[in-house]
Design a protein around this ligand. Structure first.
Ligand code: KIV
Ligand code: ZN
Length: 512
């Protein structure tokens, strides 16, 4: 089987799902991870959807050199012009345009007849082709489209210059055998289908996105559209880590070296994305969940001890999880930290390493043993902490008093530029008191508190507390993440970061 290309749409389909919005710095960090992961194409956003999306697509186009960079566009000249403007500086730009082809979508959403959809397809593929050689065309809701009509649309797109034909299962409705048959039938019926690449884009509403994508591959698709951790609209998209590892684990079905993905970067990328959106992997999530490689039952443990392959079809090392848990501590030097980070898949520049080493030393003062889990949490956290927002507040110090028979009180001191602010508040517990004090200082834009979640990074009572906060303002979510051995400090940092993002966004919206 020939190479399967992986297009990652975490920054477009993933980011447009509720609670997953990212700022520019976070999107750039994800794009860098995707480049290291060696995805073939990064769908960096939907340029026309907002000035922020336009900016992030063009910044990613300039920054990333080793992947094709695509922007999504509806089949309209304005969308396509904007998509091109955003991707034109990329080493290898792509315009991805789409139009719906199912009777339901054409009648109720587009209010267009099938003939009008055909005409628009021809016209807009031609329009995009004037700018860019690499044109992906998607027939939205392909799996609920009439086969005869779908064939005519695909034929039209190819005749007018599309180089990639994507048949999305937009609502997660199809099954693996149907997806296989769909790709086979369209490829068979459309002249010159061998001159273009066929692609699948599956949603996970019935939990079959990965299986359906693999069905598409068996039918002849040579591109799978995926997201990290399966993020995406509603129940999400095809999970990149699952689809890639399925093909890697079954060369008998999919061939050797089917993708160019560096699978050892999977865990790092997954963790970075989860950190940014304020989530953690479900324990039993395939490939990246905490339990994915654990064997609890006696029978399984005995089997694995006798021969790993009795119950292990893939190794944690293959996806970048190191299991020997070498412990570092305050006597470990920079070189030891650097080499452990490299083994874990993190290559830092000299400057990043110096900064990281200082954080590591500070952690060693609070925590005797620093495990791999601590290192990974610290390194992925510092890559995405948005402390460089100039207009933001920073924690100066805090003091908390709490008992089990009175209200808690917290005094918080914050800095913004050269100014220092201080407030003390009571609350229903120390976190509430701290948040009340912060709110009194910064008087943030009106919002609701959607999520407060605390996880321990490793075992033991001196573990790092990993706090995720999610705020909602006018339907948009803002996440913050804080890491500390002191859970009140981690909570304050997480809340402040979310508030800073909210203020940054609200200031930008006023300017726009
Ligand atoms: O789900 C879908 O159909 C899409 C297209 C725009 C590719 O996301
Ligand atoms: Zn989609």
């Amino acid at each position: 089987m020939s190479r399967i290309k992986i297009i990652d749409t975490t920054l477009r389909d993933g980011e447009q799902s509720p609670g997953c919005s990212m700022n520019l710095k976070e999107k750039l960090e994800v794009a860098r991870c995707l480049e290291r992961l060696k995805v073939d194409v990064i769908e960096a956003g939907f340029a026309i959807s907002s000035p922020g999306d336009f900016e992030s697509v063009s910044e990613i186009a300039r920054a990333v050199k080793d992947c094709t960079i695509a922007s999504l566009a509806r089949a309209s000249a304005k969308d396509i012009d904007c998509a091109w403007d955003a991707v034109k500086h990329a080493a290898d730009p792509r315009i991805h345009l789409f139009i719906a082809t199912s009777p339901l979508h054409m009648e109720y959403k587009l209010k267009m007849s099938p003939e009008q959809v055909l005409e628009r397809t021809a016209e807009m593929v031609r329009h995009a082709k004037r700018y860019c050689a690499n044109i992906e065309f998607s027939a939205e809701d392909a799996t609920r489209s009439d086969m005869g009509f779908l064939i005519r649309v695909v034929d039209t797109a190819i005749k007018n210059g599309a180089t990639v034909i994507n048949l999305p299962d937009t609502v997660g409705y199809t099954t693996p055998s149907e997806m296989r048959a769909l790709i086979e039938s369209v490829m068979q019926a459309v002249p010159n289908s061998d001159k273009v690449e066929f692609s699948v884009h599956c949603h996970n509403d019935l939990g079959m996105a990965v299986a359906n994508s693999l069905g598409g591959v068996l039918g002849g698709a040579r591109q799978i559209e995926c997201t990290i951790n399966g993020l995406g609209e509603r129940a999400g998209n095809t999970s990149l880590e699952e689809a890639v590892m399925a093909m890697r684990t079954r060369p008998d079905l999919f061939g050797e070296d089917t993708t160019r993905i560096d699978t050892t970067q999977i865990y790092r990328t997954s963790k970075t994305v989860y950190n940014i959106i304020g989530q953690t992997a479900p324990l039993n999530k395939p490939i990246v969940g905490r339990n994915a490689f654990l064997h609890e039952s006696g029978i399984h443990q005995h089997g694995v001890l006798s021969h790993k392959r009795t119950y292990e079809i893939l190794t944690p090392e293959a996806v970048g999880i190191k299991v020997n848990n070498l412990v570092l501590g305050k006597h470990s030097g920079k070189h030891a930290v650097d080499s452990r980070l490299r083994e874990l898949g993190f290559e830092l520049t000299a400057e990043e390493l110096q900064e990281f080493f200082e954080q590591f030393k500070a952690l060693c003062d609070k925590k005797k043993d620093v495990t791999d889990a601590d290192l990974i949490a610290l390194v992925t956290h510092s890559a995405t902490a948005d402390d460089d927002y100039d207009g933001g507040y920073r924690l100066n110090w805090f003091a908390v008093h709490t008992t089990n028979f009175t209200s808690a009180t917290c005094t918080v001191s914050l800095k913004k530029g050269d100014e220092t602010y201080q407030e003390a508040c009571m609350g229903d517990g120390p976190v509430d008191a701290a948040i009340n004090a912060i709110e009194r200082i910064i008087q943030p834009v009106e919002h609701t508190f959607e999520l407060y979640q605390i996880n321990s990074v490793s075992r033991g009572q001196d573990t790092l507390g990993d706090v995720h906060v999610k705020l909602n303002s006018n339907g948009r979510t803002f996440t913050g993440h804080g890491l500390s051995t002191d859970i009140i400090e981690a909570s304050i940092l997480a809340y402040l970061r979310a508030c800073n993002k909210l203020s940054e966004w609200s200031e930008k919206s006023k300017e726009a």
